[in-house]
Each structure stands twice: as C-alpha cells, then as structure tokens.
Write a protein that binds this ligand. Structure first.
Ligand code: ASP
Length: 407
C-alpha cells in the first residue's frame, strides 16, 4: 500500500474514530494521542531550515556560471519568478472568492495566536539577517533564504575547485535532507491520525466539508492559471496557438498528474518540447531541467490557497502584509521545493511558519495532499513548457537579428 493511500486512510480513520469518540473522550485523547501528533509536527519542523538552506544553494549553484548563462538565464529566471508570483495571486484570488474553510472555525490542536503584522519596511529590514545563525535557530525563514541566496552567489563566483567542493558538499547535504524527510513522511499516517483525532473529536462532522472546498479551489485556480497565463505566454510571445501548446504538452501533463513528480516527468517534457512544440535542443536542455527544479507555479498556487484555507479554518484574518509575505515566501519556497511527490507539503510548513499561521493546519491538508499534488505538479510542468516556448521564440528572433547584422 503506498504512502499517500496510507495517509488518506489515516485521515478517514481519524474522522471515524473522532466522530465515535466525541468530546467526552477529549481528556484521554489530549493526554495520550495529541502528543504523538506534536512529535510528528516537530519532526517536520526539524527539517525546514536544513532543507531550505541546502536545497536553495544547490538550486542556485546548479545555474553554474551566471555570466556565461547571461541573457537566457536572466530571461528564464525572470519568467519563472513572475509566473510563480502570478500563480500565488491567482490562488489567493480564487480562494478569496470560494472561501475554503470559512465558517468552520475549528478549535483544538492549534494555537490561535497570530503574530502582529509588521509594516512593509519592517518586513524588508527583517529579511536581511544580521546574524544568520540566530535566524536559523528561530526558524526565521525569509532571512535564511536570503542568506542561502548570498552564499549561492558567493559559491558561483568563487568557482573552480574550491567552489565545486562546496557545491558537492551542499548537494550531499540536500540529498540527506530529502532522505530524512522521506523517513519522516513514512510516519505521516500516524502523525496525521494523532493530529486530526482531537480536532474531529472536538468539532464533529463539520471538519469534512472544508477539505472538498480546498480541492475544488486548487483545481479551479490551476485551470485558470493555465488558461490565462500559459495561453497568453504561448500565443502572445511564443507565437504558438494555445491549442497546439496544450496538445503538445498533454502527454507530459498526464505523466505529471499521475506521478506527482516534475523530476520524473522531465524526460517526457524534454522529448515533447522538441518534437511537438519545436523547441530547440539547446533551449530545452537548459530551460526544462532548471524549471523542473525551481519553477513550481502549481506548488506556489497551492501554498496561497492552503494558507488562506488554514487561516479560515482557524478563524484567523490575514492582513495585507501577511498576504504579501505569503506571496514572497511562497515564491521562494517553491524554488526550494524538490520535484518529487509531497515536497510542497513540507515547504507549506515553512510558509505557514513565516506568517505565524498554525502549522497544525498541515494535518488537514496532508490527508488530501496527493490529490492536490496531482493538480499542482501538472501545472508545474506546463509552466516549464510555456517558458521554454517563449525563450525559444525570443532567442530565434535574437538569433535572426544577429545574423542580419552580420550580413
Ligand atoms: N510534486 C511536486 C512536483 O514534483 C512538488 C510539490 O510537492 O509541490 O512538481
């Protein structure tokens, strides 16, 4: 039985057990079962800083010599970041209309305190870590990300053997982090059960409805993002009809939907981009592997929807600053998300933490994460394809212009 199925089963079991147990058994549940859930949450929290720090450095240094990559690199990165930020905003927009989780106001299992929202300038000042070790110790994610970005640039600029040594080091560290996360995730069915049982016992059947609303919201937002953003990119800049684009992408989209892994879909995406979308080999082999690692529009969108959902479920009003913070950390977190099933859930913990939302909300999302993962991975992969088409077209124009100059 695979892990996602076991987690889903744990969700169902916790609901049934919680409904049967009812509020009378709460003292027992809180004393004996809830702490197991806390242990599981702690295991996830334990990995947030190490995984963010190492995987961001690996992602950055994977770009290689930034000067050499020059124009294509900047254009690709710019497009990746812009589409990712738009994806979160679309996620927020749809969730703002559908209000997933509103009116549920669950209690139990979470601390309801929200950090007082800082002003926007305070956010920028706080982004720069005066003492990165202190930021790591406090799990202050944004400064840790900024620190990782600087270290990444430093490593690239040092280059040579010494740079390579560090790249290899961080690469191994990131691998170890992924392994540990995989081990922790094996415990997810127990963790999810222990986290949800007290919530269901205390709140009754009203916990079920919001889950359906999240799935629908993520699905609708994904379709909107694909239709609005990717069609526009493909047709306006890529000079390709959206029908041709989506037809060319359909195979990769299906593989992404079923495997829930951008990395696993990469070979199919590379092949189809060249054969069906006419992307040149050079562009495909630079843009797509980079995209499979750092461009996760669907994951970012999911983070937007889920953070709003968790805020709604716990009856917390998000301020505008907190939303901007989610867009910022969500965009950066999606860069650090590995292209493997379930990676986005761990990074969601980091986004929640950065705005002071209850991490316990993860348990609710974890039970249905596989379904959400299908939609978001599909979008992640399609976004890579759209950017490849755009870069291919603009590079063709640049190339023609240079040839004309030479003649
Ligand atoms: N499964 C996603 C991917 O591979 C990452 C995520 O979990 O969001 O693209």
């Amino acid at each position: 039985m695979n892990l996602s199925f076991r987690i889903f089963l744990a969700l169902i079991l916790s609901v049934i057990a919680g409904l049967i147990a009812g509020p009378e058994s709460l003292p027992f549940i809180k004393w004996w079962i809830a702490p197991v859930g806390t242990m599981f949450i702690n295991l996830i929290k334990m990995m947030i800083v190490p995984v963010v720090f190492t995987s961001l450095i690996v992602g950055m240094t994977g770009l290689g010599d930034t000067k050499k990559l020059g124009r294509i690199g900047i254009k690709t990165l710019g497009l990746y970041l812009a589409t990712t930020a738009v994806a979160i905003v679309i996620g927020f927009g749809v969730a703002g209309i559908s209000h997933p989780g509103v009116g549920t106001a669950l209690s139990g299992g979470a601390s309801m305190t929200v950090k007082e929202a800082p002003s926007i300038m305070q956010v920028f000042v706080a982004m720069i870590p005066a003492n990165p070790v202190q930021s790591m110790a406090k799990a202050d994610i944004l400064p840790v990300i900024i620190f990782a970005l600087f270290i990444g640039v430093g490593i690239i600029q040092v280059g040579g053997e010494r740079g390579q040594r560090l790249i290899d080091f961080f690469d191994s560290c990131a691998e170890v982090c992924y392994k540990v996360i995989a081990i922790v995730m094996q415990l997810a069915p127990i963790g999810v059960f222990a986290l949800l049982l007290p919530v269901v016992a205390q709140n009754g059947p009203k916990v079920l409805l919001p889950l359906l609303s999240v799935i629908l919201t993520v699905a609708v937002a994904c379709v909107l993002h694909a239709v609005l953003v990717y069609s526009a990119l493909a047709s306006v800049i890529g000079k390709m009809s959206p029908v041709k684009f989506f037809r060319g992408m359909s195979e990769a989209m299906l593989i992404a939907f079923t495997t829930c892994s951008s990395s696993a879909t990469l070979p199919v995406n590379m092949k189809n981009a060249q054969e069906k979308l006419g992307v040149s080999r050079d562009v495909a082999s630079f843009v797509l592997p980079l995209g499979a690692t750092i461009n996760m529009d669907g994951t970012a969108l999911y983070m937007g929807v889920c953070s709003l959902f968790i805020a709604n479920v716990f009856g917390i009003d998000l301020s505008l600053q907190q939303m901007m913070m989610i867009v910022m950390t969500g965009t950066l977190a999606s860069i650090g998300t590995a292209g493997v099933p379930g990676a986005g859930l761990i990074m969601l913990a980091m986004v929640l933490q950065s705005v002071g939302l209850p991490i316990e909300g993860l348990a609710l999302v974890a039970g249905i994460d596989r379904v959400l993962d299908m939609f978001r991975t599909c979008i992640n992969v399609t976004g890579d394809g759209a950017v490849a088409v755009v870069i291919n077209e603009t590079e063709k124009i640049e190339g023609n212009a240079r040839e004309a100059e030479l003649v």
